[in-house]
Design a protein around this ligand. Structure first.
Ligand code: CU
Length: 142
């Protein structure tokens, strides 16, 4: 019994110290910097804006609102032209995919833009005939 408690404590310690990378911190308060919020609407097979610029090192929250029907947004963690190996250029705090966002609802992603480049996002829910062209770009500037 004691051993399993120790194992559990070790696992919790590991989770909090090793697998959760440090977020950008405010040097004065030592707390995670509040994210830059970017609002995107998903409507009629388009994301608006379809091109978003953020600066390298920024913690970003994408807020995605579905207007006409259920959509989703999936953001590639690797920049265009890069092989999907090694450290990604975007470090997500949860998933790079919002999952289903129903009509009139808002979903979101939160990540740190670590490497400059162009990152594609697209609709992650098969939403109709225009689904395949429902794309956009996140550009991380130096
Ligand atoms: Cu879609």
């Amino acid at each position: 019994m004691k051993k399993s408690i120790l194992t559990c404590a070790a696992a919790v310690f590991f989770l909090f110290t090793v697998s959760v990378p440090a977020l950008p911190q405010d040097p004065a308060t030592k707390t995670a910097v509040s994210p830059q919020v970017v609002e995107i609407t998903a409507d009629n097979y388009e994301f608006t804006p379809a091109e978003v610029h953020v600066k390298k090192g920024t913690r970003v929250q994408l807020k995605v609102k579905s207007v006409d029907k259920t959509h989703g947004l999936k953001l590639d963690p690797y920049p265009e032209g890069a092989l999907p190996t090694g450290d990604p250029g975007l470090r997500f705090e949860q998933s790079p995919d919002t999952g289903k966002i129903k009509k009139s609802e808002t979903g979101g992603l939160i990540f740190v833009a670590e490497k400059p480049g162009v990152y594609e996002f697209k609709c992650s829910v098969v939403c109709g005939f225009g689904h395949g062209r429902m794309k956009g770009k996140l550009i991380v500037d130096e």
